[in-house]
Design a protein around this ligand. Structure first.
Ligand SMILES: [Zn+2]
Ligand SMILES: [Zn+2]
Length: 284
């Protein structure tokens, strides 16, 4: 069985506006994927009361200024209605920064029919998305401090635990190392990452292997092999896998490479979430 459990449609502001959910499910079928889970963004720190930001406004330039409530709801409701027609389609959400607006997170988590919730962090509290920062113009200590905060926030997210799988651990490296070419010694964060893994394991949450880095300048998965092996050695068994596709052509990208890496790191199973319940199956 092969699955892709992290994908974005036109209902995500940074995704291809031509990425309709039907065409994504059809693409997954053609690729021979057994399941594709739609996980459009709901960055809770960009949540605004209904009516203050329409979907059309959201798609314009500087769209990140607008709230996510309407499009997250639109994504989920369209996916739920299409599930009857596409047996390989599951309905999820990428819940970003939930601790910055727990009422927003609770509202999304209260929607009936969700199969899967990814917990993610794209920015530190009160700061821009890691995507927007110029790391090659920062002092090394500044970059280290940003990452200290990032991993500390991730630990808080895991302690909260209102999700099924922790998304793209080490996401800032996509930009710090990948785009800006600034090297990072991740060993500095091993103690916090150990606590993150122990918290996930004790609460029955999964860790995501995000394969988007394979097709980006970073060139590795999020997280990389060393952290995957650390998670495994601590007793971690639940791993979900996703391409983080933001266009139809990227669905399934890197999944086979990711499965191979998981085998090398000692994992036997990949986990699929349906109706928010984990079912593991043997890799490959
Ligand atoms: Zn993300
Ligand atoms: Zn994503």
């Amino acid at each position: 069985m092969h699955i892709d459990c992290h994908t974005h449609s036109r209902f995500s502001p940074d995704a291809d506006p031509a990425a309709g959910i039907t065409s994504m499910a059809e693409r997954a079928d053609r690729l021979g994927l057994d399941f594709i889970t739609l996980t459009d963004h709901c960055d809770c720190c960009y949540w605004l009361p209904k009516g203050e930001g329409s979907y059309e406004e959201y798609q314009k330039e500087d769209s990140m200024m607008f709230g996510c409530r309407d499009y997250a709801r639109a994504s989920i409701s369209e996916a739920l209605s299409l599930k009857a027609r596409h047996k390989n389609l599951l309905c999820g959400v990428e819940l970003g920064e939930p601790l910055e607006n727990t009422a927003a997170a609770d509202e999304i988590l209260g929607i009936d029919g969700l199969d899967f919730v990814i917990g993610s962090l794209h920015m530190n509290p009160g700061k821009p998305d890691f995507y927007f920062l110029q790391y090659d113009k920062m002092a090394g200590s500044e970059v280290a401090a940003l990452l200290d905060d990032y991993f500390a926030q991730l630990l808080k997210l895991c302690e909260w635990g209102g999700f099924d799988s922790l998304a793209h651990l080490t996401y800032p490296l996509r930009y710090i190392e990948g785009e800006c070419g600034v090297g990072v010694d991740l060993a500095r964060y091993d103690d916090t990452v150990t606590q993150i893994f122990k918290t996930l394991i004790e609460s029955g949450k999964a860790l995501e292997l995000n394969t988007s880095g394979y097709r980006q300048k970073y060139g590795k998965s999020f997280p990389d092999e060393r952290f995957l092996k650390m998670y495994r050695s601590l007793g971690g068994e639940l791993v979900t896998i996703g391409s983080d596709a933001h266009k139809v052509a990227d669905i399934g990208a890197g999944i086979k490479q990711g499965e191979e890496l998981l085998r090398e790191c000692g994992f036997k199973y990949i986990t699929l979430f349906k109706e928010r319940k984990a079912s593991p199956f043997i890799i490959g």
